[in-house]
Design a protein around this ligand. Sequence first.
Ligand code: MLT
Length: 403
Amino acid sequence: MVKINDNFLKLPGGYLFPEIGRRVRAFENPPKPLIRLGIGDVTQPLAPAVVEAMKKASEEMGRKETFRGYCEETCCAYDFLRFAIRDSYLERGVDIADDEIFVSDGAKSDCGNIGDIFDLDNVVAVCDPVYPVYVDTNAMAGRAGDYVDGKWSNLVYLPCTAENGFFPALPDRVPDVIYICSPNNPTGAAATKEQLKIWVDYANEHGSVILYDSAYEAYITEDDKPHSIFEVEGAKTCAIEFRSFSKTAGFTGTRCAYTVIPKALERGGASLNALWNRRQGTKFNGVPYVIQRAAEATFTPEGKVQIAETIAYYRRNAQVIRSGLEAAGLQVYGGVNAPYIWFRTPEGYGSWEFFDRLLYEACVVTTPGAGFGPSGEGYIRVTAFGDAGATAEAVDRIANLLK
Ligand code: MLT
């Protein structure tokens, strides 16, 4: 008889966002329209340059002379896209070779799948609170141990609290794999170069690997916050970077992302770039041509202007949320270099309790901080990816609730 992967049975409950969806659906006949500021999903349409590129590429696919089947170029990605990504790094002074760039269908998939190239015995460190994908995928693989009292026994939790500016201190137990997300989901904090340098030196010293998720880098507004970990000296020998078009260019439903693995990154005598290339070559056939063309369009002069306008729109939402919630007396973090605002629940409320109050009394859907890990308890996350009018209305409703 078949044996299942019983690591799945150890997972507590459902994945966070479907669980929120379930609770929201259970709320029958809300007295006013629900405003959804829970999952960080974009609401603004694709840039016209992107849509044009998709149309043109679709037409090419409909003609014999220009039809494309499997992508046979390096790492299942067309040169036009890899070169455009490489050039965008260069604009920030970061020199990445085009064959260090792997195009995929999402940073979520890559952050999860990357575990394939690491041994199950590795000790994994995650920030707490954390994007649940890092934890759940390691738990599914059997690397997290057992779930006891809200924590996985084999994971190293790195608390990120208001007290440490939501950036983790080095742990007592040395981890082999270290996930860092900056700008951070969920806290909205962005690391400085100096903060990252501490981890880069630590990883190089101990032979660890940093898995750096910079899916939200386009939201950085402060000059002292690097957009890429490769802006930090030494990172090419210890870090893998995940990036995405989802939040940068509204591709959450379109699906395109990329992962950078420097060829200088070796562990156990093996090149991680070569291992990932082998993994992707075996399990993945690339992102559709039409979508790669769409992604390429985000790097054209008109594409850049158009996506910058949409990012500015979401940034204004973040500002509206920040200032409105602060004025309502809440302790608010994030939203300056990230599309997420993280606030403390009022005295006496746990995350889920206040989530329920916001849902049932204000008809606003948020994300309870506790869903991101033990240190998220007592916080709520709000996304800036909503419609501007609805976002302002949600802030008013929350402020009224607190009066
Ligand atoms: C979130 O809400 O944390 C994100 O949208 C989830 C994701 O990007 O996968």
